[in-house]
Ligand binder design. Structure first.
Ligand code: HEC
Ligand code: HEC
Length: 309
């Protein structure tokens, strides 16, 4: 995987950084690629098949294509992608890692009612949502080859699972409410200490040879205001379990909430459902304490979008 080389280098760097500046110096730092994607932190009931188990036939070709799209949608599903992220950036290990919203956790749970759009969603529609919001792009039509390949990949990965049973490891962990309300300044301190090394001082990530090595956390190339990661509770759960990369589950819950709040208090592309004013859009889609859309943080009203920037 593209970032693994960097993790090796950075693992060594951050060990030094940690020793000096953090109370988490005892936390294990990724030393080998195996560490990075290895054993999930909590019990899981399901072990998904690996890439080498993909059958060598026409069905397997669709599985492999789905996997490629998932890892590099900017190349394999270009028409539907509007930022520099990949599905894998938020669903680690090609959608296999527990507690990182794995595909095997999702697939057997659809069709499902979603309060986000107030109706029963097929799995295809759930995938469409990711393209529209997390990828800041366009929804592929339901019978589009891109969706067929992604569905085939998720179906293959879920073989042998019970239908309609939510397995441990599905989604991102739900963290208990923090002891004190999340705070921008504290979050900024966590960001500088534990995140900026990879995601950059300005959260814009790092690219090399035209490819994303460390994904942007906000700004024009990140997920938009309609995405799930925009909700502070989702972001806190993801970050707690998976970040800093290779050192998941080492932040305190409070640090995870604070840094999630800091990340989500930055500007990003407009919600594609924008209703003409920030206030109306907040009322329609963001009327929850978990969304900072439309609120004022540090004197700036959030929800302006990044068009033209
Ligand atoms: C910016 C991060 C991000 C990116 C990029 C992203 N997703 Fe997601 N995805 C999320 C979040 C957040 C959720 C909601 C997780 C939860 O409910 O616990 C989610 C949920 C899902 C689910 C449903 C999970 C479940 O258990 O019901 C599927 C399937 C999915 N994403 C597929 C994709 C695909 C395919 C792509 C690429 C086209 C993609 N995602 C890109 C953040 C992302
Ligand atoms: C060692 C490098 C490294 C560090 C340190 C790190 N990350 Fe990440 N982060 C990554 C990589 C690489 C990915 C994409 C993972 C993949 O594609 O498999 C990622 C993905 C993410 C994502 C989802 C994708 C996106 O752009 O929205 C978020 C959110 C995130 N990191 C937040 C954080 C936060 C917050 C911290 C600090 C607590 C942090 N990261 C520390 C390397 C790092």
């Amino acid at each position: 995987m593209k970032w693994m080389h960097f993790v090796l280098v950075i693992g060594a760097l951050s060990l030094t950084a940690c020793d000096h500046s953090t109370p988490h110096a005892a936390a294990p730092v990724a030393k080998s690629p195996a560490h990075v994607t290895s054993a999930p932190k909590k019990a899981t009931a399901f072990a998904p098949p690996s890439e080498s188990d993909i059958p060598n036939d026409d069905f397997g070709k669709q599985v492999a294509l789905g996997r490629q799209i998932f890892i590099d949608p900017g190349q394999y599903a270009k028409a539907y992608v509007g930022n520099s992220l990949s599905c894998e950036n938020c669903h680690l290990d090609a959608g296999r890692l527990a507690h990182s919203a794995p595909l095997w956790g999702a697939y057997p749970m659809y069709p499902a009612y979603r309060s986000k759009n107030h109706h029963v969603n097929t799995f295809a529609e759930r995938l469409q949502g990711c393209f529209q919001y997390s990828m800041n792009g366009k929804a592929p039509p339901a019978d589009d080859p891109v969706l067929v390949a992604l569905e085939t990949y998720a179906y293959w990965m879920s073989k042998g699972e019970p239908i309609g049973t939510s397995l441990p490891g599905r989604g991102y962990p739900k963290l208990p409410k923090p002891a004190i309300a999340p705070d921008y300044a504290r979050g900024e301190a966590v960001f500088k200490r534990d995140c900026a090394l990879c995601h950059g001082d300005n959260g814009q990530g790092q690219r090399a040879a035209g490819r994303t090595v460390f994904p942007p956390l906000w700004g024009p190339q990140s997920f938009n205001w309609g995405a799930g990661m925009e909700q502070v509770n989702n972001a806190a759960g993801f970050i707690k379990a998976n970040m800093p990369l290779g050192r998941g589950d080492t932040l305190t819950d409070q640090d995870a909430w604070d840094v999630a709040y800091f990340m989500d208090a930055h500007e990003r592309p407009q919600d594609p459902r924008f209703k003409g004013s920030i206030a109306e859009t907040r009322k329609a889609y963001h009327d929850t304490p978990e969304s900072l859309y439309g609120t004022t943080v540090n004197g700036q009203q959030l929800g302006q979008g990044t068009a033209g920037k």
